[in-house]
Design a protein around this ligand. Structure first.
Ligand code: ATP
Length: 350
């Protein structure tokens, strides 16, 4: 914890610099000339509609894809597009779909993440020599520290597959942290989480930043992103539309048109907004009918049968439920949480 007031000497260190990153798949350009910097101590958000190229960009940053054009630098050094070299340089990541070793324990999963930081070779490991045992003990101690950090130390010996969904996501983060990164890339860390888990994830990400690790995060949950991030970049059709503070991006009309104007995953207000709109339409339809067709109200039978006999009222509600399903599927993914939502998320090709 620094208490110095000497802010003039605090130089901005660029941790990640992507320059002109382009990724083409045959005729499809998924990412077009994207520049992005992440500085030490920052949490940067990457948003954009489905298919905008966010995950493809992450895959370029981490060497899973070799960009068609452009370079990725970490602390001033251009990275070779090889995942293990990117990890050992200091960039860790989590995936949109949880990728744990389900039949390994929680502790073992974190230990797997340590492998880039252990120097013991294959023979040392097989023969379990003194060097290996010392390194193994140090790795275990570090892994336990990380489990304490994410609050899973008591479950160190549980099988990963038996953890609730939100804890599996946290475990993925601990495994990524085990490589002692200077930058962590989080791909939809709150996907499938309930609101409490999402809040806890937010706190965890702030704590990671406070540990001195810069964060680049993809999320569809706008409330989460704008609350969390120092800067936000928005990709649309592979291109960076805008980059700025949360307030700048949130208020940008192009972003609203391209993304925020449409219902988006996890938008907690979308279902309510659709309900209000449907209710207003129904009310308007009801008023019109009442003023245009007084004769229909002349008989008691007509009044009793109102829901069935009022064609205007019948006609209106139909579109309303049609507008609902997209947002309605989201809450289902959250509370369903544990194993089921893991399965459904694994179904996506991410
Ligand atoms: N390996 C691949 N081969 C061919 N096309 C791909 C490949 N990976 C991604 N794409 C295409 O690139 C485009 C960008 O996809 P990407 O998954 O990066 O978007 P995204 O912004 O992460 O979307 P979402 O928010 O839905 O996760 C899409 O049109 C996708 O179909």
């Amino acid at each position: 914890m620094t208490t110095t007031t000497d802010t003039t000497t605090t130089a901005t260190t660029t941790v990640l610099e992507a320059s002109g990153v382009t990724m083409r798949f045959g005729g499809l350009t998924a990412v077009k000339g994207v520049d992005l910097k992440v500085n030490a101590g920052e949490i940067v958000g990457l948003i954009g509609p489905n298919g905008a190229g966010k995950t493809t960009f992450f895959n370029c940053l981490t060497g899973l894809y070799v960009p068609t054009e452009g370079t990725v630098s970490y602390k001033g050094t251009v990275l070779p597009p090889k995942p293990h070299l990117v990890t050992s340089a200091g960039i860790a990541r989590t995936f949109q779909n949880i990728r744990l070793f389900h039949n390994m324990t929680v502790l073992e999963n974190v230990l797997v993440g340590r492998h880039t930081r252990t120097k013991e070779g294959l023979w040392s490991a097989l023969l379990r020599g003194p060097g290996f045992k010392k390194a193994e003990a140090a790795s275990e101690a570090r892994a336990m520290e990380l489990l304490e950090f994410i609050g899973l130390e008591k479950k160190a010996q549980h099988l990963a597959k038996n953890l609730p969904y939100g804890e599996q996501r946290k475990l993925e983060i601990a495994r990524a942290l085990a490589s002692d990164p200077g930058l962590i890339l989080l791909d939809e860390p709150t996907a499938g989480m309930n609101p409490q888990e999402t809040r806890a994830a937010e706190e965890l990400i702030f704590a990671i930043r406070d540990m001195g690790i810069a964060v680049l995060v993809i999320e569809h949950d706008m409330r989460f992103i704008f609350n969390l991030c120092d800067r936000v970049a928005c990709l649309v059709q592979g291109e960076k539309l805008i980059e700025g503070t949360a307030a700048e991006v949130q208020g940008d009309e192009r972003v609203i048109a391209a993304y925020l104007g449409e219902p988006f995953e996890g938008d907690p207000g979308a279902a309510e907004a659709a309900e209000v709109e449907a209710a207003e339409q129904n009310a308007a339809a009801g008023t019109e009918t009442a003023t245009e067709a007084p004769a229909a109200a002349e008989t008691d039978a007509a009044a009793d049968a109102e829901p069935d006999t009022d064609p205007a009222a019948d006609a209106e509600p139909a579109p309303a439920p049609a507008a609902e399903p997209a947002p309605a599927t989201e809450p289902a993914a959250g509370p369903a949480a544990d194993s089921d939502s893991t399965t459904s998320k694994d179904g996506e090709a991410k």
